[in-house]
Design a protein around this ligand. Sequence first.
Ligand code: SF4
Length: 235
Amino acid sequence: MKDFLINSIYRASEGEGVNIGTSQVFVRFQGCAVGCLNCDSMDTWDFDPSTVMSLNEVMAAVEYQGRMGSIKRVSITGGDPLHPKHTPRVLELAKELKAKGYWINIEAAGTRVVDELFDLIDFISFDFKTPSTGVATNPQLIRRVLEQYGNRSQIKSVIENKADFSAALMAHQWVLENTDIFLTPWVLTPAYNLNEEFPQQRFQDIIKWNEESGAPFRVIGQQHKWIFGPDKKQV
Ligand code: SF4
C-alpha cells in the first residue's frame, strides 16, 4: 500500500550536530505543521498526497542510495516525521530498517516525544525552538528526552541573535536545575538563512556568548551550507 508521504530519499553527509560528516541516507517525509518562521525546507510543509510511496519502495530507495546496502545509516527527517499523520509509517519503517541492521537517527522538531518509536531509534536529535522560529518548545519535553534517552540524543537550537541565545541559556539552566544527570550535548546551530552570505559575525558572536556563559553548549554550524551554499537541496 502506498501510504508513505515522502519528499525525497538521498545520500549525503550529515551536515549538522554531533554526527556531522557521517555519510547516511536521508528519508525526508513530506508534511509539517510546526511552522518555524526561519524554516529552510518550506517545500516539505504540504501533506501532499501526490508524493506517496510504499514501504517496499522506500526500502528499495534506501538500499539503492546507500550503495546497495553498504551504507547502513539512515536519518529520518522532514517535514516533521513525528506529526501524527506520519508516526505510524515512521514506526513501520524503523522496524523494517532495524530488522535489516540499519543505524537510525530521527530529527525531532521538539513538539512531541513518541516513546514507542524512540525506544527503537539509535539516536534522537531533539529541537529546542528559539524565539526567532516563532515556535515554543516545552522544557518538560527536553527533560523527558534527557531522562529517558539522554545517552543517545542531542538537543539542538538554531541561533539567529542574542535573544535566541538567551532563551537557550535559560532553558539549559532550567534543565540543569531540574534533571539529576545531564550529560547530553546541547548544540547551538548558528542560523545561515536562505539567500544569505556566510554569516561570519553571527558565528563569532555565538562562540563569544557561549564562552562568556561558561561554555555550556557546543557550537556547530551547518557544513553542507558552507560547501554547497544555503539554498542547495539534497546535500
Ligand atoms: S519543524 Fe522543521 S520542517 Fe517543520 S517548519 Fe520547523 S524547521 Fe521547517
